[in-house]
Design a protein. Structure first.
Length: 196
């Protein structure tokens, strides 16, 4: 793998292939939500920047520090996964691998604001809606009730509401059809994580 640095559009610092970075989700306007760290930079393609998570990666909610084992505040992942960061996109995509049991989630797309980049972190606002594909083939949009509640409670900007709805609908169809990067491309990056 090349160790050449790359600089996506709007990127404030520099990521290097193989670098550890954090992924920070917030709820509007700026309440910490979920954080994935460390994630390793695998590289980039026409779809965006691909990050990898493995047994070192802790998923935590809010501002808590990782404990030595699982807790209600978060957990270490028990399977490798890759995450696509789309530099100008209103979504981010997690692929959990091709060999999941039928009832488990293989594809998980969070609808988010376009990412902000730091030297070792990417962050965005989570807009609640998720597009999910189970390994058995079922595709659905999740958390629509939370999204509707937060439109009023958190006072989302109207443009965000419209964009979140349209992106969720578009990605739902793309996953159903197996459009890239939801087909062979994500599997290739997932296998690349295992080859490191």
């Amino acid at each position: 793998m090349s160790a050449a640095p790359f600089e996506p559009p709007g990127h404030a610092g520099r990521f290097v292939h193989g670098q550890d970075v954090g992924v920070q989700y917030a709820k509007y306007p700026d309440t910490p939500h979920w954080r994935h760290a460390p994630m390793v930079v695998l590289g980039e393609d026409d779809h965006g920047i691909w990050l990898g998570g493995d047994a070192r990666t802790f998923l935590k909610k809010g501002n808590v520090e990782p404990p030595s084992d699982r807790s209600e505040a978060g957990f270490y992942v028990d399977h490798p996964f890759v995450q696509l960061v789309v530099p100008d996109g209103w979504w981010t995509f997690i692929f959990n691998g091709p060999d999941r049991p039928p009832e488990r989630i293989s594809h998980y797309v969070d609808i988010v604001t376009p990412p902000e980049f730091g030297t070792d972190e990417v962050r965005w606002i989570d807009l609640d809606l998720d597009v999910v594909r189970r390994a058995g083939g079922e595709v659905y949009i999740d958390d629509e009730d939370e999204f509707l509640a937060h439109i009023e409670l958190l006072d989302y900007p109207p443009m965000w509401v419209d964009r979140a709805r349209s992106e969720a609908a578009r990605i739902y169809l793309a996953i159903e059809r197996g459009d890239e990067p939801f087909g062979a491309v994500c599997e290739q990056w997932w296998r690349r994580l295992g080859d490191r």
